[in-house]
Design a protein around this ligand. Structure first.
Ligand code: SF4
Ligand code: SF4
Length: 402
């Protein structure tokens, strides 16, 4: 059950809690990292019947005392009235939705665990708790990926952003939002950002207890100096290493993972290439961000509804709905409409952020959907090889798309 697009929030919220009441018994689908992030909150308010995971290594084991079963167990035993909360986000969640629909469930049966928790906390406890925010620190990157969803190679000017503005963004965000499960630092190669220690220390010292995890995604081309490693360890930062095999000797993944292990920094690796990877070695081809794609109103609303995007972006006093919209704006390729983002220089209420975060838009989409064909196979069948590198002179939007 989704709130995305045109929807009457007040009516839908009543329907939502009729369907997904805290009194129900729930099945949780997905026992990975996201479940760990959300468990304390979900487990304290809900009755969990059992957990489902497609990973055969987890099936038959228990997690926080809950039995983990295969999806087939759910399909066989719990068709009609069961309520399912899905912990994966983005394209992984979209694919679980499809599997559930193929097996006879409908939107009255399942919803995102993070959305459920956000709505529960807001309506039952007056707490605004979001799933993830990306805090933009830099658009400089060591790689030059053709399908970069922040359009980094095509930016008119790549730069590190001013520390004062970033700190102001953090304060503005937490002046309205009570809690966020994950703060990701983005969006080029953030380990190169010269004030990364200050940003990490500022978040940790001022907002510890207001977030679950700090996450950094790195392309493994750069091993940080000891003072950065010590800070990453001190603030308990989690690192996701994207493995770009195609860049040959520039890939420092072994050196980097050894360094993280030496400093006891929590990290995991995500492979980007090959059909055996979770993304099948493919990214969505978003198209040219600098021009209209001439979509009809219905096409824009449909792309928005089906888009697998999941992280909101915080940059220069504004909250952006998605990576491409923020990336194109930072790169001088797009100028958002006046009410397209949440503007922290104006008064902002919790409900404004909640509705924006959920994707409630009077038009049914955000205006940038006219220039972006969407993330994930459900919204957008066009794909591009993951991490394909451009030569420097190809970094021109017109040269690529024109
Ligand atoms: S996708 Fe490639 S170009 Fe874009 S930020 Fe990541 S590593 Fe840099
Ligand atoms: S602009 Fe629209 S279609 Fe593109 S990623 Fe954002 S929400 Fe999805």
């Amino acid at each position: 059950m989704k709130f995305v697009g045109r929807c009457n929030y007040d009516q839908k919220i009543i329907q939502f809690f009729d369907n997904f009441s805290p009194e129900n018994e729930y099945v949780i689908w997905g026992c990975g990292n996201a479940f760990r992030i959300i468990y304390n909150d979900i487990g304290s308010v809900l009755k969990i019947k059992y957990c489902v995971d497609a990973n055969t290594k987890l099936q038959g084991t228990t997690l926080y005392g809950n039995q983990i079963v295969a999806p087939e167990y759910l399909f066989r035993n719990d068709k009609k009235n069961i309520k399912i909360l899905m912990t994966p986000v983005g394209y992984k969640m979209m694919s679980i939705c499809e599997t559930l629909i193929d097996n006879g469930f409908d939107e009255g049966n399942f919803c995102s665990a993070f959305d459920w928790l956000t709505l529960y906390k807001y309506h039952y406890q007056n707490i605004l708790s979001l799933q993830e925010i990306t805090l933009v620190c830099t658009t400089l990157c060591t790689l030059n990926c053709k399908g970069c969803c922040a359009y980094v190679p095509y930016h008119k000017r790549n730069r590190h952003f001013d520390l004062k503005t970033i700190i102001h963004d953090i304060d503005s965000f937490f002046s309205v939002v009570d809690f966020v499960s994950v703060i990701t630092l983005g969006t080029g190669e953030v380990l190169l950002y010269p004030h990364i220690i200050d940003v990490l220390n500022y978040i940790y010292e001022n907002y510890k207890g207001r977030y679950g995890d700090i996450l950094i995604i790195t392309n493994a081309t750069h091993v940080p100096k000891p003072d950065i490693m010590e800070t990453l360890q001190r603030v308990d930062c989690h690192i996701k290493i994207s493995e770009y095999e195609s860049i040959g000797s520039r890939c420092k993944i072994h050196k980097l993972s050894n360094a993280f292990e030496r400093y006891h920094i929590d990290y995991h690796t995500e492979k980007l290439f090959g059909t055996e990877t979770e993304i099948g070695g493919l990214w969505s081809d978003l198209g040219d961000p600098s021009i209209s794609h001439n979509k009809t109103e219905e096409e824009k609303a449909l792309t928005f509804e089906n888009c697998a995007v999941c992280s909101r972006f915080l940059h220069n006093g504004r909250l952006f709905y998605c990576t491409p919209q923020c990336g194109a704006t930072m790169g001088g390729l797009y100028n958002p409409q006046e009410d397209e983002c949440i503007d922290f220089t104006k008064p902002v209420q919790k409900i404004d952020i909640l509705k924006y975060h959920l994707g409630i838009q009077p038009s049914g989409y955000i205006p940038f959907c006219d220039r972006c064909d969407g993330l994930g196979i459900v919204a957008n069948p066009k794909t591009i090889a993951a991490g394909q590198q451009l030569r420097k002179k190809d970094n021109d939007v017109e040269a690529i798309y024109g």
